[in-house]
Design a protein around this ligand. Structure first.
Ligand code: AMP
Length: 216
């Protein structure tokens, strides 16, 4: 299955992606995670991406497009893909159209998670992430057993530099400006399924699973 998952920061893309991967044996390709991994490893790519990410801005298209093209050409993508956070601009979407033809893996469905600002602000400012393994928590909705410590690996939890209300506004503006045209582009192709993601995880998952079932 070839799936795109879209939605603003805090809409639950990570949570729904994890659930999708329980049902489909496909690689999860998150451009945000790829950039964070590069920053952690101190690569050239990471150095270039960091200033944009910390400012809540999109990393330039030429950097992002090349990184995704490399990844999609890996053999594990023959099974399909779950692309999370990409494409985020029309330039990326059009370039992805060519790439997906080249590897014969056209997009089959676009899951669009829709959440209002207030709910996003609450999710984002309360979000904590394990520095080591990337596990996600929320100070109220999903706290770790010991405050500030990851349940999975015992490492310290951190707040992402871009997880503040101020940065959220910048990221949502970017989302509105750049990503709405991408959604319209896929909407015209009849591929978008809008899902109200302000509800509980189970309710959202029910709708996501139904949308994927429809594609099969
Ligand atoms: P995310 O983890 O998806 O919220 O992404 C975090 C940050 O990584 C974004 O605010 C951007 O700075 C950068 N990023 C992730 N995906 C993309 C993309 N497709 N195009 C440009 N920048 C991206």
């Amino acid at each position: 299955m070839n799936i795109l998952i879209m939605g603003p920061a805090g809409s639950g893309k990570g949570t729904m992606s994890a659930k999708i991967l329980e049902s489909f044996k496909i690689p999860h390709i998150s451009t945000g995670d790829m950039f964070r991994a590069n920053i952690k490893e101190g690569t050239e790519l990471g150095k270039k991406a960091q200033e944009y990410m910390n400012a809540g801005k999109l990393v330039p298209d030429e950097i992002t497009v090349a990184m995704v093209a490399d990844r999609l050409k890996q053999p594990d993508c023959q099974a399909g893909y779950l692309l999370d956070g990409y494409p985020r601009t029309l330039v990326q979407a059009k370039s992805f159209e060519n790439l997906s033809k080249e590897i014969a893996k056209p997009v089959e469905v676009v899951i669009n998670l829709v959440v209002e600002f207030e709910a996003l602000a609450d999710r984002i400012t309360g979000r904590r992430m394990c520095k080591n393994c990337g596990a996600i928590y929320h100070v109220r909705n999903h706290p770790s057993q010991v405050e500030g410590i990851c349940d999975v690996c015992g490492s310290p939890l951190i707040q992402r530099a871009d997880d503040t209300e101020e940065q959220l506004r910048v990221r949502l503006d970017e989302h509105e400006k750049n990503t709405k045209p991408v959604l319209d582009y896929y909407r015209e192709k009849g591929l978008v399924v809008d899902i109200n993601a302000t509800r509980s995880i189970d309710e959202v998952w029910n709708d996501v699973a139904a949308a994927l079932e429809n594609v099969k």
